[in-house]
Ligand binder design. Structure first.
Ligand SMILES: [Zn+2]
Length: 291
């Protein structure tokens, strides 16, 4: 999420667990084990019932984030297993900490090697990150003057490497909300209603991948995408045109395809249509070089 300070990025991230599908019993067991060996279960608590939400500060060390140490311990990425890892002010994290995030994002686990043994901890989480558009925070804001030079803005953005950005499915602009809109009585769709839709989409995916050893669109490999991502002809033409025009990487292409699959699932559609692909392309803001 990219937005000026006070645009509600942190609030949005914290609300995310309220629309995620409930944990299955197996997921709850997995997550509970990690919290248990880390001594984080409250006394009397036998099973974690809600998906974890972890939000480490940007000063965190690599080891605390990824896991390891003299006596190997799970890091934040494993404590967030089956839940959310929220990194606020992403460019402020140490470069190395962001680089080591790539392994769990690719494999869903981290391997910690010590002289005596190698330990693998599960680390399948939804990464949510927030950043300002520039160091002062007000680039593109109509009500404040940005005081940064183009060089400062470039340096700030380049702290988050292309390969990490490539692994993030959805880049979202979060514009500042004028006070009068916040104070209106209008209230959006309720979380439990959204959660119903999400749960239904997740059930479609569970049925789709029966016997495939995966359970969600995000885990699809090329062979799954060939089998399960049928694009209408319009949608295919749009995606090909976007690839050419925006010069997207092969990795970005498969991200768009998987996100389109999910948008179609939320729309209860077996085929992936034009508007599903169009929405998924919208979420590649940073590939388009605009913020
Ligand atoms: Zn600025």
């Amino acid at each position: 999420m990219i937005g000026t300070p006070g645009s509600g990025k942190t609030m949005l991230a914290r609300r995310l667990p309220s629309i995620l599908p409930p944990m299955t019993f197996e997921e709850a067991l997995d997550t509970t084990k990690i919290h248990s060996i880390s001594g984080l279960l409250k006394s009397g608590q036998s099973l974690l019932a809600t998906r974890p939400f972890r939000s480490p500060h940007h000063t965190i060390s690599d080891i605390a984030l990824i896991g390891g140490g003299q006596t190997p311990r799970p890091g934040e990425v494993s404590l967030a297993h089956h839940g959310i890892l929220f990194l606020d002010e992403l460019p402020e994290f140490k470069r190395n900490a962001l680089e080591v995030l790539r392994q769990p994002l690719e494999n869903g686990q981290v391997t910690v090697s010590r002289a005596a043994a190698t330990v693998a901890y599960p680390a399948q989480f939804v990464l949510v990150a927030a950043m300002n558009p520039c160091p002062c925070g007000y680039f593109g804001d109509s009500r404040h003057q940005c005081t940064c030079t183009p060089g400062m803005i470039n340096r700030y953005r380049s702290r988050v490497s292309g390969p990490l950005m490539d692994r993030i499915d959805i880049h979202l602009d979060v514009p500042a909300v004028p006070y009068k809109d916040l104070s209106n009585d209008y209230s959006g769709e309720k979380s439990w209603l959204i959660r119903q839709r999400v749960t239904e989409a997740r059930e479609r995916q569970l049925r789709r991948f029966e016997g495939d050893k995966i359970f969600a669109n995000g885990q699809m490999k090329t062979r799954h995408m060939k089998k399960h991502c049928t694009l209408t002809e319009d949608a295919r033409t749009l995606l090909d045109a976007a690839m050419q025009k925006l010069g997207l990487s092969a990795r970005a292409y498969s991200r768009i395809l998987k996100v389109s699959r999910t948008i179609a699932d939320l729309d209860r559609s077996d085929d992936i249509h034009n508007h599903h692909v169009a929405e998924a392309i919208q979420y590649r803001t940073l590939d388009r070089g605009q913020i």
